[in-house]
Structures are given as C-alpha cells and as structure tokens.
Design a protein around this ligand. Sequence first.
Ligand SMILES: NC(=O)c1ccc[n+]([C@@H]2O[C@H](COP(=O)([O-])OP(=O)(O)OC[C@H]3O[C@@H](n4cnc5c(N)ncnc54)[C@H](OP(=O)(O)O)[C@@H]3O)[C@@H](O)[C@H]2O)c1
Length: 293
Amino acid sequence: MYGQYGGSLKMSINLVTFKGKSPYTSACPMPSHSDPQIQHLFIMTGASKGMGLEMARQLLSPHHLVLCMSRKASTDLAQEASSQGAPLVQWCEDLAQPEPVAKRLTAWLAEIDQAHLSSVTLINNAGTLGAMAPLQTIPPHTITQAITVDLIAPLQLSAAFLQATNEWPTVQKILNISSGMSQRAMAGAALYASAKAGMDHFSRCMALDEARRPSGALIVSLAPGVIDTDMQRELRNGDEALFPDKARYVNLQTSGALTSPKEAARQVLAYLHHPEFGSESVVNIVQKREMLQ
Ligand SMILES: NC(=O)c1ccc[n+]([C@@H]2O[C@H](COP(=O)([O-])OP(=O)(O)OC[C@H]3O[C@@H](n4cnc5c(N)ncnc54)[C@H](OP(=O)(O)O)[C@@H]3O)[C@@H](O)[C@H]2O)c1
C-alpha cells in the first residue's frame, strides 16, 4: 500500500530505503503487523549511531512504528527490530538537503492510518559540529551544511510533521535535541552554538503557537548532557588554537564525566514520556536527572 515509502501499518515493516532506489528489506525475516497493534509512531533523525541509535533501540516494540532517517542505515538496528518483531523503517537521507526529505515525510504521513494511534512524536536528533573554530576560518560550504543539518532540517521536518498530523486525534510531540552550548558562549563554537540557540528559540515560539491550538503539539528543546559519542571525540580531537576549550572536553573523558549513549538515551526518553514533558519548552537534562532515576 505504501510502496516505496515502506511504511504501511497494514504490511510487514522492516525496510531500508535509499533515495532514488528501490527499497530492500533486511536480511532477517520480516515481522508482520496489523493496525491495532501499533499505538505509537516515532520519527527520529540521526539514528545510525551515537545517542540516536540507542534511542531507536529503546523505542523498538511491536506496539511502536519507528521511522529513522540518517545518511546511513544501521544493520544492527534492523536485525534487533526483526528479532523483536518491532516495526522499523530506515530512510537513508542527507539532511543537508532537507526539503525533499520533508516532502517525503509529508507523503508518508498522509498514508498512515492513525485510527489506532495514541501518540505521534518527531525527534530531531541528527546533528553535526561543522567545525569548532572561529567563523572566518570555516569554509562557506561547511557553514551552510552545518546550519542546514542542525537548524533548517529540524524546522522543515517540524513544519511537515505538524502540517500532516494537525488534525490527528493523537497526542503530538516534538523533541528537539539541543546542547548546553545553545546557552553557553564558547570560543570556536559560533557555528554549532548558533544553530542550537536557534533550535531553542524556534521551540519556544512553536510552543506558543501550539498552545493556541486545542490539543496542540507539545514542543521541547532539550540539552542531553555530555555523552560518549563520536561528536565528543571530535571535540577532543579539535585544534586547541581554534577551539581553546578542547582541554575541557579531554578532561570530561579522562575524569569519567561522560554519560554512555545508552544511559543518555534512557534519560531523554524518560523525559519524553514524563507527564512534565511540554511544560517547559527549553530544558537541560542535567537539571532533571534526579526526577528521571
Ligand atoms: N555527544 C554529546 O556530548 C552531545 C552533547 C550535547 C548535544 N548533543 C546532541 O545530541 C545529538 C546526537 O549527538 P551524538 O553525540 O549522538 O552524535 P553522533 O554520534 O555524531 O551522531 C550524529 C547522528 O546524526 C546523523 N547526521 C549527521 N549529519 C547528518 C546528515 N547530513 N544527514 C542525516 N543525518 C545526519 C548521523 O548519521 P549519519 O552519519 O549516518 O548521517 C548520526 O546518526 C546531536 O543533535 C548533538 O548535537 C550531543
């Protein structure tokens, strides 16, 4: 029914699709699902590694349909979904070109039978540092690409998501993964920090728009703390001459202060499911940890 989008709730779902190519299924046997089993729909960017991969793993369930988007698909995730009988769709998409991805999401959501869904959630998690350096040393293409992935893609996907689900009788949530750098100025962080500050602020504004709608979407921009992922490795491997806080990130690792991706994902999802979600539009997980134990 949903052909190339690989997202029918009425057919087997464990697909990886590449832009412009036919979808193929994972090597594992595909689980079969019927409408009433699936109660929650999650759409997440950046699920191929790091915290996003762990969030996707923790979201797998026969009762959840999970749609992931990143440039690469995760074969481990596909295998775990197959073995759990959990519906999973992975799109290989470059969010540096977000407009066609947003259009694809709109078309995919239009085909979803939401009758049995009780919630639908967009998690804008994909992120890139671009370059940790003074702005004038960064090539124009890198500036455009980082701002597009970190800020424009979340805006485009949020718009597509809200437009498509506006009339759905389900709880709608958008969780934007921000950073402590959105609030704290740091030399060498102009590119990344400005994108995350923009994410915080568009979340504040969207939350006000949604509050004016009956049963409007809950919007949160959340800083997830410092996590032991490739992004942290990039910060530690930075050039001290361009990014003077590099030593701080080296210390975070040597002192054991980094949260594992698995635990960070647990905390973020616990906040997503917490009754408080949506009561504040900008949140730092560090201030919520006690509540999320
Ligand atoms: N790690 C930390 O300490 C930390 C701290 C504060 C905030 N955060 C935020 O947390 C989120 C997850 O970070 P992480 O540490 O897990 O990062 P990570 O390990 O570097 O993973 C980044 C994810 O984003 C995806 N991505 C990057 N560029 C993309 C593009 N052009 N198109 C599509 N997907 C793209 C990657 O997938 P592909 O490479 O397959 O495309 C990957 O799945 C990010 O928003 C980050 O800013 C992280």
